[in-house]
Design a protein around this ligand. Structure first.
Ligand SMILES: Nc1ncnc2c1ncn2[C@@H]1O[C@H](COP(=O)(O)OP(=O)(O)OP(=O)(O)O)[C@@H](O)[C@H]1O
Ligand SMILES: [Mg+2]
Length: 337
């Protein structure tokens, strides 16, 4: 990826329990068993991550695998036990508290799973709340709040109180509120997990629409792989506090780095993830049934390619870079690739 790195963590540890610091000083890379034998919890173990400007970086893993802890360390909402964190090249861990607060308030946005709206404030006032904290004058505050409330599809509900909204609508207010500060870097910790599946899909679509307009850098936590592959540019898979692999959804499925990742991705519908370019072959002959874009998912082109015995040309920047056959598509669909 050639976009600049906006946030980076190196060898970050977060260990809970008595004398976690001194334990890590004596043994700088303890194994999971060594930690538990000492009565400690390795919530994050030796995490290295680079997040690039404009990407959606998804952190996945089962409950308790350390996702929230890692994200809270990245924004230094909690203090890592060891390691380094850089935001736009500045070391977040050695930064004076007041600079850190300023960065958090003006450059970072956070959405947590619990909506945490203020019950006695309206939708508009909730959205404007972080700007109030920043000292933005009232008129500007309300104008910006109005804009973000509209952006998340709640125009007309500005005067309602949280208790008058559905779960999905409340979550939209939470999203509007975090957008009001116009963050460069946006953290979302399982923002849709409390929603039922239909609303959840709707929110994902909405989220994709927002991102296409706003182009934020996003760190998004989920334990739902389908959600991850819909949203992610890259995914980090966590297990027991450690990052097992960081890769595109397609790489995770085609080249899992560990048995755990392979198991984790085994039930994924491969045709949703694998792209034409990954299963094409060199051009042969000169009869083709048509063309498909190189980055099309197999799911999107399956009907078209399957309909003909002739191969389709795979196109990138106006050039044919290979061909894709009916057989290749069938192999993906039946799980042979
Ligand atoms: N303040 C704390 N004190 C002790 N242990 C903690 C604390 N916070 C988190 N942990 C432990 O650290 C581990 C990682 O927790 P974390 O909340 O990061 O998991 P998660 O991946 O976000 O899980 P979930 O999907 O359930 O939200 C867990 O074993 C948890 O019990
Ligand atoms: Mg969590």
């Amino acid at each position: 990826m050639d976009r600049p790195v906006i946030l980076e963590c190196r060898k970050v540890w977060k260990i809970y329990g008595a004398q976690a610091d001194s334990f890590l000083t004596r043994n700088s890379r303890p194994k999971k068993g060594e930690l538990s034998a000492a009565g400690l919890i390795g919530a994050v173990r030796d995490a290295n991550v680079q997040i690039h400007k404009g990407e959606i970086f998804v952190i996945m893993g089962l409950s308790g695998s350390g996702k929230s802890t890692l994200v809270r360390c990245l924004s230094r909402l909690i203090e890592p036990t060891a390691g380094e964190i850089f935001f736009e090249g500045q070391n977040l861990l050695s930064m004076p508290e007041k600079d850190l607060i300023r960065i958090r308030r003006t450059k970072m946005g956070m959405v947590f799973q619990q909506f945490a709206l203020l019950p006695h404030l309206t939708v508009l006032e909730n959205a404007a709340f972080p700007l109030d904290v920043q000292g933005v004058p009232r008129a500007e505050r309300m104008e910006r709040a109005r804009k973000v409330v509209e952006l998340v599809g709640l125009k007309g509900r500005e005067g309602n109180y949280p208790r008058e909204l559905s779960g999905g609508q409340q979550q939209r207010v939470g999203i509007a509120r975090s957008l009001a500060v116009e963050p460069d870097l946006w953290f979302l910790d399982e923002p849709f997990s409390a929603l039922d599946p239909l609303i959840r899909r709707e929110m994902q679509d909405e989220f994709i629409r927002l991102q296409n307009m706003l182009h934020k850098t996003i760190v998004f936590i989920t334990h739902d792989f389908d959600e991850a592959i819909r949203l992610a540019d890259r995914i980090a898979v966590m297990k027991d506090g450690a990052i097992e692999q960081v890769a595109t959804p397609e790489e995770l499925v085609l080249r899992p780095a560990t048995d755990y990742v392979a198991e984790f991705t085994r039930h994924v519908s491969r045709s949703k993830v694998i792209r034409a370019v990954s299963v094409m072959e060199p051009l042969a002959g000169d009869s083709f049934a048509g063309e498909v874009p190189h980055d099309a998912r197999i799911e999107q082109i399956a009907d078209q390619v399957e309909a003909s015995a002739l191969p389709h040309r795979v196109m990138q920047d106006g050039q044919a870079i290979g061909q894709i056959t009916r057989q290749a598509v069938i192999d993906v669909l039946v799980g042979r690739r």
